[in-house]
Ligand binder design. Sequence first.
Ligand code: AQP
Length: 330
Amino acid sequence: MKRSLSGIKPTGNLTLGNYIGALRNFKNYQDDYENFIFVADLHALTLPIDPTFLRSNTKDIVAFYLAAGLDKDKTTIFLQSDVSAHSELNSILINYLYMGELSRMTQFKDKSSKLNHEAIGVGLFAYPVLMCCDILLYNADVVPVGEDQKQHVELARDLVHRFNTRYNKEIFVMPEAISPKVGARIMSLSDPTRKMSKSDPRGDIFLKDEPNIIRKKIMSAVTDTDTDIYYDPEHKPGISNLLQIYSALSDIDIKEAEMRFKDMHQYGEFKKIVAETVLKEIVPFQERYKSFLNNETINDVLNTGKYRASKIANKTLTKVKKTVGLYVHE
Ligand code: AQP
């Protein structure tokens, strides 16, 4: 059976972007793939974060995974920090990637551009190395991600090629990023030229927002002064973003969504329909999330996941150690 792996960093409150681009799709892999979904908590340390928030957000994400339809008997749900092989493989593979490659990563450039040069953490720079380890430890065939993470999966592909070629053995499986056809890049509602992002929450819809707040945010989403509703991200980024949200949550393509609104010519009416579509999906999701958010459920899921993930990850780690010449003894 092929393997699928994905995760979310607990860096901030999860957004509708995380939901549409990633979370909502995770369950689609649990029947046909050996599915691994983790909370990338070590990645959350790459920028300063409040420890109490990190802990509670980590639990939230596990409850979100369950609310999104992940079943612990079908999907291995685990914490990155629970499987020490991630950090150990990181110490090895960091030597197989280049400064030039890491400096070209768009996410690093974006995030570091907001910091004083002297204060850019090494972890932020090296974050894609750890992400390569996350993927390669499980020999994932597919990695379901939103648009912004594709470049990191590409880096993992380069690393697989480099490593396997150097040792002339197929140690790692070549992973492939897969993104939803619609909704792989949901934009901020206050500035639709910017990605909706949990660590830069201007114009975000949060998965824990109250329904009236969600409605308000959508009704005041920035659009243009026209009245026609069609998809044109360059000239109508706000309307295109709302169309994207609508079509992703209605499971239809953009063309069909455009058809539904072609005679409407009223942004207010359109926004109301988008808001109701979001609420129809998010309100029951929030109810399920609340029902899973208790220590007993979370710890049970994570204990099972830790055991299953560690077994597979340790096997890969041993293989890599032997390959590079580290002395492995029983
Ligand atoms: N706006 C988005 N539209 C579609 N997909 C998105 N994802 C993130 N934002 C959007 C996808 O969500 C998954 C989890 O993301 P992550 O935790 O690895 O962090 P990220 O990609 O860096 O997302 P954020 O929300 O912008 O986090 P911060 O602010 O911490 O950097 C990924 O599959 C991502 O593509």
